[in-house]
Design a protein around this ligand. Structure first.
Ligand code: UFG
Length: 336
């Protein structure tokens, strides 16, 4: 069985990807420092798959941990999730973000070179497109100046990968540009575990519905959109996880020194209010929300053109927005 190193494999997207990799006949080796995840995720992964995954607790910026993994296992590929992702915090602490997000990628590439590991899937983000002029967003849509140090780390990491592959190190890389990941595993055993007050819409919605927060503020309803609220492309985390598996299978058939980038979204844009209504429908309860001022720096509308990932990787999403809301809500209800 192929062993795949998943950095950040106990996190939200990483844990779901570990399950899908296992289902596809690959063995995840997880590295995580629990800075934004919990040890019980490993138990949950075992409950879902029946397999206790090999786990290393450590920082991806610590070469000694990577080296010990390399000594113990014949790693065939890497999926690099480990990164900080709070946009606001990145503005207050940019060095923390550059050091962690950019530094860990450089170290990981050195590790891969030393170990002769060829394949890498990198977590990028639709944040690299900023507010696109033409919608939907294709992979050829120009990237824009980043709105935050977090967004800039994704752009810089993509550029590092392009330069590195050009230097002919014999590796094959895919960057996946995620749109807005939502939902949870249908088993309700794994899902998103936001630290403190959630920044993102869907965990905020489920926490309001669970009585943890009083009300949701919709950040602006006076935009030039269908109902005035912002538009995003909300992709179920299991579909997103599956995109990583498809990316791996594809990389394996490519020549050495390969780099490409794919959008991962549903291809549909939904407004904040539509997300609220979908949640109300599946949960059977009214959500306490108010319309508030715009959030500075928000993109007004963005959604993915998914033609490339569908035709080249043979991937397509299976879950609807309502499925995502149902799974997020079931996950929230199971949290103590
Ligand atoms: N929103 C609210 N109220 C809230 C939270 C969010 O109305 O309490 C709205 C936002 O204004 C936005 C939508 O819900 O219109 C989605 O907001 P999120 O914060 O969930 O997601 P963003 O699209 O703003 O941010 C996401 C990722 C970032 C990434 C960014 C751009 O969380 O990491 O996409 O790609 F940088």
């Amino acid at each position: 069985m192929k062993k795949i190193l998943i950095t950040g494999g106990a996190g939200y997207i990483g844990s779901h990807t570990a399950v899908e990799l296992w289902n596809a006949g690959m063995e995840p080796i997880i590295l995580d420092d629990f800075s934004n995840s919990e040890a019980k995720v490993l138990d949950r992964l075992e409950e879902i798959t029946g397999k206790r995954f090999t786990f290393y607790q450590g920082d991806c910026n610590d070469k000694t941990v990577l080296d010990s993994i390399g000594k113990a296992h014949q790693i065939e590929g890497v999926i690099h999730f480990a990164a900080f992702k709070a946009v606001g915090e990145s503005t207050a602490k940019p060095l923390k973000y550059y050091k962690n997000n950019v530094g860990s990628l450089v170290l990981l590439l050195e590790f891969m070179q030393e170990q002769g590991i060829k394949d890498l899937v990198f977590s990028s983000s639709c944040t690299v497109y900023g507010q696109p002029e033409v919608l939907p967003v294709t992979e050829a849509t120009p990237r824009q100046e980043a709105e935050s140090p977090y967004g800039n780390t994704k752009k810089i990491c993509e550029d590092i990968l392009i330069d590195y592959v050009k230097s002919k190190p014999g590796i094959r890389v895919i960057s996946l540009r995620y749109f807005n990941p939502v939902g949870a595993h249908p088993s309700s055993k794994i899902g998103e575990l936001p630290l403190g007050t959630p920044n993102n819409l869907v965990p905020f919605i489920t926490q309001v519905a669970a009585g943890i927060r009083e009300k949701l503020t919709v950040f602006g309803a006076d935009y030039d959109t269908m109902d005035g609220s912002c538009v995003r492309d909300y992709i179920h985390v299991v579909d997103l996880a599956d995109a990583h598996v498809k990316a791996f299978s594809f990389l394996n058939q490519q020549p050495e020194n390969f780099y490409d980038v794919f959008n991962v979204g549903t291809g549909n844009g939904n407004t904040v209010l539509e997300v609220i209504y979908a949640f109300e429908k599946v949960s059977g309860q009214k959500l306490n929300y108010v319309i508030g001022p715009r959030r500075p720096g928000d993109v007004v509308k963005t959604w993915a053109d998914t033609t490339k990932i569908k035709t080249v990787l043979g991937w397509q999403p299976k879950y609807s927005l309502e499925d995502s809301m149902r799974d997020s809500w079931n996950w929230q209800k199971g949290l103590k």
